[in-house]
Design a protein around this ligand. Structure first.
Ligand code: HEC
Length: 491
């Protein structure tokens, strides 16, 4: 299926290329918003006819898997997609929003490019396959027929627990209430300490942060931010001081950022994160904004733990990549490309990729340069309405040898075509406010010993069918395994 799609893409791509001077082929990737082309497919390529596709058998299951967690009453989406009657009028818009796939505005919000790098490598991937896009397109163009209602999957019944995307947490911590006026300047500050109440050390398996506020559930808004007052929150945890007033500085553990539109964190089995006995969260940097109505709300942190006695295999973090400081973002220009390079000092496993740009951001790629080879690990589109993290599956995560140059590439578009920009005429440098820019990968990696590195590579090799298969995230997977037995301790 993928091969078929690839070959038709190649045909289309090669035709004009053959007629143009060779220099055109050397042009960098066109990541401009204006160039965003929807991915349209021919249903016949999937051995189906347009008339074969109906809501009951084909579309409803897609909606249940990838859409209704947001598109339901009280969900984050502006309209409900629980029934045929609700979905049908939206068929043409659904066709378009799903076809833009990995670009700004795409639905569902998940922007991993499927034609480059590590494909099918992520946890909780609810994106749509080529065949699913083809079915939606054939269905919408064929009058969005219902099919036989008896074939529809049973409706999903949402309960209170579904307020948590990851299900009921074991521990829920709550921030203090904050109120923002209907209209006012943004506010940034420390909103205090939240004791965990833990009496023993525990390792965290997942953490999900949600805002609970007094905006009526039936009041849909057209922007993601319009439903919330917390724009984002950076926080850490650690052991409480004796008077409970602060966190002991040498005990701090950092946690992934909470941001509007960001998905929950599930830590890999090999890298759970510590929450100590007598610890607390310190909500040190809340960025709050007014949304047009006076709103009172708080954050809830839903936590699940690894079983007692669990110890993480990896606990040393790899370097952070990106450059948040020396940014020079030119006004009114598409395809601005910025690069950052980090040389890995130790063998490194990349656990999560989380592009972090601001409004001009449209794409980010992660490349590994090893010897004379340059591998694209992944490229993802970016939409500043949604900051997404992509957590690698343990057995697909890049395994990079020490000495690898990790290159992060950001693409910016400051033309009028980018709807997220406040004003395309302004130059902007780096800075923390949304009108300034950032260029960082907020994901994380862990460092590995030589033994752990070889052990993980052996698992990868065993998964590959034969020597012709290649894992782009594992440049040394097929390298001869060093014979450690012959080396003595005093080498
Ligand atoms: C994580 C939450 C989330 C998921 C999952 C999600 N949506 Fe959305 N959707 C939203 C939000 C929020 C908006 C409004 C902001 C926007 O238009 O981008 C939206 C907007 C839309 C719109 C545009 C409506 C308009 O007014 O033009 C369509 C169509 C849509 N979604 C379809 C889908 C489909 C189809 C899926 C599943 C394949 C899906 N969405 C999955 C949250 C979500």
């Amino acid at each position: 299926m993928i091969a078929r799609q690839l070959s038709s893409t190649l045909r289309i791509a090669l035709l004009p290329a053959l007629l143009l001077p060779a220099v055109v082929l050397a042009q960098p990737h066109d990541a401009s918003v204006a160039n965003h082309q929807p991915h349209y497919f021919d249903i016949a390529d999937f051995d189906m006819q347009p008339g074969d596709v109906n809501y009951a058998e084909h579309i409803a299951p897609i909606m249940q898997r990838s859409c209704v967690q947001c598109h339901r009453p009280g969900g984050a989406g502006p309209m409900s997609f629980l029934s045929y009657e609700e979905i049908r009028p939206w068929a043409p818009v659904i066709m378009y929003r799903t076809a833009i796939r990995d670009r700004m505005g795409a639905m569902p919000p998940w922007y991993v490019e499927k034609d480059i790098g590590i494909t099918d490598g992520f946890e909780s991937d609810y994106s749509l396959s080529d065949q699913e896009l083809a079915m939606i397109q054939a269905w919408a163009q064929n009058g969005a027929p219902r099919g036989n209602p008896a074939d529809e999957p049973p409706p999903i019944v949402f309960t209170e627990d579904d307020e948590w995307a990851l299900g009921e947490p074991e521990l829920v911590l709550r921030s203090q209430d904050m109120t923002r006026p209907a209209v006012g300047p943004d506010w940034w500050g420390d909103i205090g300490i939240v004791p965990t109440g833990l009496t023993e050390d525990r390792y965290v398996k997942s953490i999900e942060v949600r805002e609970v506020n007094d905006i009526p559930q039936d009041q849909g808004t057209n922007t993601v931010g319009g439903r919330y007052i917390f724009h984002h929150m950076t926080y850490q945890s650690g052991v409480l001081s004796e008077d409970g007033g602060y966190i002991l500085p040498d005990s701090t553990v950092s946690w992934p950022i909470h941001e509007v539109g960001r998905n929950a964190d599930v830590f890999p089995d090999s890298a759970g994160r510590l929450l100590q006995a007598n610890s607390a969260l310190h909500l040190q940097a809340a960025h709050m904004h007014s949304n047009g109505r006076e709103t009172t709300g708080h954050l809830e942190f839903g936590i699940t733990f690894f079983p007692r006695g669990y110890e993480p295999k990896y606990s040393r973090r790899g370097p952070r990549t990106g450059n948040g400081i020396d940014l020079d973002v030119i006004p009114n220009q598409a395809n601005q490309e910025l690069s950052n390079y980090v040389v890995l000092q130790e063998h490194t496993k990349i656990m999560a990729f989380e592009p972090h740009l601001h409004a001009p951001g449209v794409r980010m790629c992660l490349e590994a340069i090893w010897g004379h080879n340059q591998f694209t690990l992944n490229c993802v589109g970016y939409d500043h309405n949604w900051v997404k993290q992509y957590i690698y599956k343990e057995d697909r995560a890049p395994l990079l040898p020490k000495g690898t140059v990790l290159r992060t590439i950001a693409y910016m578009d400051t033309t009028e075509a980018n709807p997220n920009l406040a004003d395309p005429r302004n130059w902007a440098g780096g800075g923390r406010r949304s009108v300034s820019n950032m260029f960082i990968d907020l994901g994380y990696s862990v460092t590995m010993t030589e033994e752990q590195f070889q052990e993980e590579m052996a698992i990868r090799r065993a998964q590959m069918k034969d020597r012709n298969e290649y894992d782009v995230g594992c440049p040394l997977c097929w390298a001869p395994v060093p014979d450690y037995s012959s080396s003595s301790d005093d080498d």
